[in-house]
Design a protein. Structure first.
Length: 574
């Protein structure tokens, strides 16, 4: 048997009881929108507006087509630096291409599935949309003579810092020596859509081989198709396995010799028309799996009609409350309810009528407004839903205080970069909205534009009808769930249960010290881990929490008393 010794012995063992509840991120947003460029149905983590432009293009690529969604995403980034953005399109969108029929290539995974059937298209825009029509690929032979290289447009020669005819690149593994076996490639912004200047060189690639087995001296793949697919941010190339199949190149270069230049202009790229509810639902499906992607706020897009908005919001609530159970949905009303009404009374009634149809849930947070913001890319003012900024306030609250603090009011509820509100509800309108779980955004003289409510859309009286309580429990649940993985597959005995309690209690005590809860208790013993529970390979812990409550109503009693009366005599009587 193990651990038996023939003579006296001292054995040293280590038992690790230092486990803790890990810190968890609580400030990550998730947004789905209509953008001009970038991968489709693939969440991209964005940290600032510059990154948003780099990944998805600015609204000016295709005039005003995606400014509302772009600005909604960028306004969340004014408050926090972690936003997953998913671009969604409909079936009308296609990639620009050099040849062949119109095709939609959504992302790298979609490309891997489809490329074997695209041999006739040779060069395509990397992503769908009309912006790809501005792209052209220019190629010339890497000739062994200066004369041949000089035939290349002189404006582009300085893009290549390797001398013509350099032997630093292996022509191909088969040892072909024909100077037409290698080419230089430029990706050109023909119309200036991406750069603002027509003819700008976006990318350059020197000494690419037309041979499918070509390598550089360091072993890197040098086949033109693979280089463009692996390194270009703007184009894809068909999966052609032998250079003799590159028809347009071999024919062009063979006829023109060393002085040939091939210009492959892309066309046929089509932008999505207005997205419908199904398009947005497909986009939000990319956030279904909490094990693969962590998010805290699902930010609703800007839908025009009440019916469409309800469809999308209810779908998002299903993801948050049923599928993930670790995030909240943040929404503004539909555009019709706020922007297409005659006066404040009509707006109030329209908001109440539309939001009453939402699926009630403590995982849903609604505000009441649209924000007038400046679109610097198109030099115009636009109305965008306040939802992304409202979610941003919660993310900022996490950083300056904690998730269990209310994001409303003067201390943490100040909106950034807003020119004005679509409407400013007075006290009577705010009362009507707040009773139904709609959080007003108001412009108060001397105080600025503030979030003036912290309710969820929980339909029954409950601690979970407040944003801070809902978010408190999401933090606790996510953190303790992560800590629980340490006891998975261990024995359900007194040692494991005590270890679990010893990990969780300090975590809750810290939250109590930071004003998130007033009291708690962790029960994990034989009372809830009975013989039946143990025999069924289960482990049960009950965590009781008394959440701290935010102040929504203040009463100030000013009491005048006679000169001869002691304050102790009247204290407590009013």
């Amino acid at each position: 048997m193990a651990n038996q010794f023939a003579s006296p012995n001292i054995t040293v063992k280590e038992i690790d009881l230092s486990g803790v509840v890990p810190a968890v991120d609580t400030s990550t947003g998730a947004f789905v929108g209509d953008f001009n460029w970038g991968p489709v149905e693939q969440p991209i983590l964005i940290s600032n507006e510059a990154g948003l432009v780099e990944a998805f293009g600015s609204p000016s690529l295709i005039k005003d087509s995606s400014a509302v969604d772009f600005l909604s995403a960028s306004y969340f980034l004014k408050y926090a630096s972690t936003l997953y953005v998913t671009r969604t399109v409909n079936t009308n969108a296609v990639n620009a291409s050099h040849a062949g029929s119109a095709t939609l290539i959504k992302n790298d995974v979609d490309w891997d599935f489809k490329k074997s059937g695209l041999l006739t298209q040779e060069i395509l825009a990397k992503y769908p949309g009309a912006a790809g029509n501005s792209i052209a690929v220019k190629l010339c032979p890497a000739s062994t003579t200066d004369t041949a290289f000089a035939s290349w447009d002189s404006a582009y020669q300085d893009q290549f810092d390797t001398a013509p005819g350099s032997s630093s690149y292996v022509k191909n593994a088969s040892g072909l020596t024909n100077p037409l076996d290698e080419v230089h490639a430029l990706v050109i912004d023909s119309d200036g859509v991406f750069s603002g200047v027509p003819g700008t060189v976006l990318e350059s690639f020197a000494y690419l081989s037309l041979a499918g087995d070509a390598k550089t001296p360091d072993g890197t793949d040098n086949f033109i198709i693979n280089v463009l697919n692996n390194k270009s941010n703007f184009v894809r190339a068909s999966d052609i396995t032998d250079y003799t199949d590159v028809g347009v190149l071999s024919a062009s270069f063979a006829s023109a010799g060393g002085n040939a230049v091939a210009s492959l202009a892309l066309s046929g790229g089509v932008q999505s028309p207005a997205l419908d509810t199904g398009d947005y639902q497909t986009g939000f499906d990319t956030f279904n799996d909490p094990e693969n992607i962590t998010v805290d706020f699902l930010i609703a897009p800007s839908m025009v009609s009440d019916a469409d908005h309800k469809t999308v919001v209810d779908y998002m609530v299903g993801i948050a409350a049923s599928t993930r159970k670790d995030c909240v949905v943040v929404t503004s009303p539909s555009r019709d309810a706020v922007l297409n009404q005659a006066n404040a009374t009509d707006i109030t009634n329209a908001i109440l009528a539309s939001t009453l149809n939402y699926a009630p849930s403590s995982y849903l947070i609604c505000d009441n407004n649209f924000l007038k913001v400046y679109d610097k890319y198109n030099d115009q003012y636009l109305m965008i839903p306040a939802a992304s900024s409202t979610a941003g306030l919660m993310a900022l609250t996490d950083q300056v205080s904690a998730p269990w603090f209310s994001p409303a009011g003067q201390r943490r509820g100040q909106y950034f970069g807003v020119t004005s509100l679509a409407w400013n509800a007075d006290r009577s309108k705010r009362d009507l909205l707040y009773k139904k779980g709609i959080n007003p955004i108001v412009n108060l003289p001397g105080q600025g534009i503030l979030l003036y409510g912290d309710k969820t859309k929980e339909s029954r009286p409950s601690a979970f009808d407040r944003i801070n309580v809902r978010r408190l429990f999401l933090v606790i649940e996510r953190a303790i769930k992560a800590a629980s993985s340490n006891v998975l597959f261990e024995f359900n005995d007194e040692f494991t249960r005590s270890e679990f309690v010893g990990i969780v209690e300090p975590f809750l005590r810290e939250i109590q010290g930071r004003r998130g809860i007033t009291d708690f208790r962790v029960v994990c013993d034989e009372t809830n881990n009975t013989a039946n529970v143990i025999d069924s390979n289960r482990f049960v812990a009950s965590i009781f929490v008394k959440p701290a409550r935010s102040i929504n109503f203040i009463t100030l009693n000013f009491v005048a008393v006679r000169s001869g009366v002691e304050f102790e005599e009247v204290t407590g009587t009013v």
